[in-house]
Design a protein around this ligand. Structure first.
Ligand code: PMP
Length: 363
């Protein structure tokens, strides 16, 4: 390697596997001996059609996605899905349940209100989202129940998923920050979506997994680009797809498969996060603001136990190559995002930095 690699604890875009970065660097110059860059390749070329099909198969295999679910590769980020979901699934007079577990959930709620009736089934806003309220007040006829499986900013995560009160209802989940980090039982889900830029690849592509029998039930006109059926019918190539981003997703998923798949990464993520939470508990100058049972395996927020200069600790870490540990601007403190590609060595380096900082600064 020609440069010194640092550990990137950013919440997104997150750290990617070195294999995927090496492959991307090669493909930017020449994609599979085509004499053309991946950036120049037509989405109608056989190589790119194969790439997209292969990426879909990899995703299906890794998450064991049943055949009655379509897999789409779209643009516009998870934020576009906040509108696209109710636009496609919820009529004006129908109700959808939403759980308010953080800023992203809140944004999803706001967007849904433009398309139908929204019942906020639970909220922890008044506690600055330091836990997940699993005691839901669902509406009996809700078409779907929307959850954010992992709350990137606050570091909370649904460990198991709720049941819908309506027996014909289904769960819609924003899994932007924990997709491919753990196994999913698809039985109760109708739709899962995730921006790629945390556990899957670079920004620019969003994965949508959608059950085939939930569409076509509403009466409104849906603009072509916002209609899931457009993208299902054209295999995510109705218009020019973000081919280079999909390429990196492909190589990230290939890396995951080689590693042993989602079972293996789930175990690793557990070990990584437990190690970090244990140090936060042990360390006299740090604490975690999140309720124990809801602590995320992907985003680990921590704060000083008393007033100290946060920038000094951030600089102390940066000097050791531990980057982007600043907490989200809405909550402050620190946040270590430890997605799939963050190796255990990165956690060890952070734990060592926290211990050394404690030795230097505790009385
Ligand atoms: N949902 C969650 C849980 C997120 O963490 C983010 C991004 N940080 C978003 C949605 C928004 O994603 P995008 O930037 O892809 O629109």
């Amino acid at each position: 390697m020609k440069y010194k690699k640092k550990y990137n604890f950013s919440a997104g875009p997150g750290m990617l596997p070195q294999d995927a970065l090496d492959a991307a660097s090669e493909a930017v110059l020449d994609y599979e001996n085509n004499g053309m860059s991946i950036l120049e390749m037509s989405h109608r070329s056989q190589s790119v059609i194969d790439l997209m099909n292969n990426t879909t198969s990899l995703a299906r295999e890794l998450l064991s996605i049943p055949d009655n679910f379509h897999i789409l590769w779209l643009q516009g980020g998870a934020s576009t899905q906040f509108s696209m979901i109710p636009m496609n699934l919820l009529s004006d007079e129908q109700t959808a349940d939403y759980t308010d577990t953080g800023l992203w959930a809140d944004k999803a709620i706001d967007e849904a209100k433009a398309f139908g009736l929204v019942n906020v089934a639970s909220s922890t806003k008044e506690f600055i989202y330091n836990h997940i309220n699993k005691d839901l007040e669902q509406s009996p006829k809700a078409i779907y129940l929307h959850i954010t499986s992992n709350n990137t900013i606050y570091g909370t995560q649904w460990k198991s998923f709720p049941n819908t009160l309506n027996p014909n209802g289904f769960i819609v989940a924003d899994m932007s920050s924990d997709i491919f980090s753990r196994k999913i039982d698809f039985n109760s889900f109708g739709l899962i979506y995730a921006g790629a830029q945390k556990n899957m690849g670079p920004a620019g592509v969003t994965m949508v997994i959608i059950r085939d029998n939930i569409l076509g039930k509403i009466n409104r006109h849906i603009p072509t680009m916002f209609d899931y059926n457009t993208h299902i019918n054209k295999k995510s190539a109705f218009n020019t797809p973000p081919v280079s981003a999909i390429f990196v997703v492909n190589r990230t998923l290939s890396w995951l498969k080689e590693l042993g798949g989602v079972d293996i990464i789930e175990d690793r993520n557990k070990i990584k996060s437990e190690k970090l939470y244990q140090e936060i508990e042990r360390n006299s100058i740090f604490k975690c603001p999140v309720n124990k049972e809801d602590r995320s395996q992907m985003n680990v927020p921590f704060i000083f136990t008393e007033k100290r200069d946060e920038n000094k600790f951030l600089q102390f870490c940066a000097d050791r190559g531990l980057m982007t540990l600043k907490g989200h601007r809405s909550v402050g403190g620190f946040r270590a995002s430890i997605y799939n590609a963050m190796p255990l060595e990165g956690i060890d380096a952070l734990v060592a930095a926290m211990q050394d900082y404690e030795s230097l600064h505790s009385k």
